[in-house]
Design a binder for this molecule. Structure first.
Ligand code: SAM
Ligand code: SF4
Length: 345
């Protein structure tokens, strides 16, 4: 008589990337260009030198790289820059990545944008499965906006936001809190955002990259932003999380949500679930550290993903416990030499 061997069906374990501190890495931010149609004063110098085109990953390479991370368990993917929507043919990347939403292996595909090109692309983005986006906007004053961005047009951004909302995309506003620049606008901006059904998050300026003005002049701790807001509004702590580093409160007056991101004064590293890739295929395991891994070489020297996967695994093992940003009055140097537009915000 033959023994009956009952074999259990083999279920492939869900892929997961886990770093040495036990954090599951399921969030990837990818910068698709270092270029931008604005020159925000805290982000770029006026005469930025941009990368030569051959250094950039092609859209096909970006797709392959993102897909490798998705195969490894990344569930949320944010496209950023520079300004992602100024990269030529960028919609083909959104289109190809949307297949991972259709299969369910990716839970969310999103983007951070300055909004200048949104009116043009909002509908298409929605068609490719983008349900919510972050739009960076630091002022509602057209003149101030032009000064802050060096040549941006506020009207276009507002039209872009409207187009996104009309297309059914949820918009969140990100505002960098800048001392003596937009501190008088926190309340009007909150009322405007909430009046249009949008959350708004305030961010501290971070010491990334050489810029012309001294960063210490712009720095305003989010604790000061909050106290200022609390002079006119009652804020209630709420348990709302988006997977990002923002902590949210609710305004009793508007019923809307206000987020605070405090990279300088509060360490959110213990719950960090993300890594970042630059437009040249460099993987940064931490926004505030210099250590990085080159993924472009393994991507370009072979057509299968074996070397690429090895490089990703080796890099994740080096993800640090946290960062150590300091804006120091005595050392007039950025803590990290690269610009935010390089790593992607
Ligand atoms: N161009 C897009 C935008 O502005 O939304 C995406 C890239 S931008 C680098 C992403 C975010 O980084 C923006 O919200 C911007 O305000 C923020 N950012 C840039 N430089 C920064 C800095 N030094 N400190 C804090 N936030 C910064
Ligand atoms: Fe461009 Fe965004 Fe940097 Fe402003 S913050 S210069 S919009 S990349």
């Amino acid at each position: 008589m033959l023994d009956t061997v009952i074999t259990k069906p083999t279920v492939k374990p869900a892929a997961r990337i886990i770093d040495p501190f036990g954090r599951t890495i399921n969030y990837l931010r990818v910068s698709v260009t270092d270029r931008c149609d604005f020159r925000c004063v805290y982000c770029m110098s006026e005469d930025m030198t941009f990368l030569p085109k051959q250094d950039l990953l092609t859209l096909e390479e970006l797709d392959r790289l993102c897909s490798a991370f998705i195969d490894k368990g990344v569930k949320r993917l944010r496209i950023t820059g520079g300004e992602p929507l100024v990269r030529r043919d960028i919609m083909t990347l959104f289109k190809s990545l949307s297949r991972h939403l259709n299969t369910g292996s990716l839970e969310e595909l999103t983007l951070t944008t300055n909004g200048s090109q949104l009116a043009k692309y909002a509908k298409e983005l929605r068609n490719y499965g983008i349900k919510r986006i972050n739009v960076s906007l630091d002022t509602l004053n057209a003149e101030k906006f032009r000064t802050l961005t060096r040549w941006g047009d506020l009207k276009k951004v507002l039209e872009g936001i409207e187009a996104a909302q009309n297309a059914g995309i949820k918009v969140k506003i990100n505002a960098v809190a800048l001392k003596d620049v937009n501190e008088d606008e926190f309340i009007p901006m909150i009322k405007w955002a909430h009046g249009h059904g949008m959350d708004i998050t305030f961010i501290e300026v971070m010491p990334l990259g050489e810029i012309e003005s001294a960063r210490i002049d712009q720095y305003m701790p989010v604790s000061a932003v909050r106290s200022q807001i609390e002079q006119s509004m009652t804020l209630r702590e709420i348990d709302y999380k988006t997977g990002g580093p923002a902590r949210y409160v609710e305004s009793e007056q508007t019923g809307g949500r206000i987020g605070f991101i405090t990279p300088m004064t509060h360490n959110f590293c213990e719950s960090c679930n993300r890594v970042r890739i630059t437009c040249t295929g460099t993987l940064f395991m931490c926004l505030g550290q210099e250590d990085a891994a080159d993924l472009r070489t393994p991507l370009r020297i072979s057509h299968n993903n074996e070397l690429l996967n090895q490089a990703i695994d080796a890099a994740i093992l080096r993800k640090p416990k946290g960062h150590d940003f300091v804006i120091d009055r005595t050392i007039n140097q950025p803590a990290v030499a690269r610009h935010m537009s390089q790593t992607g915000g």
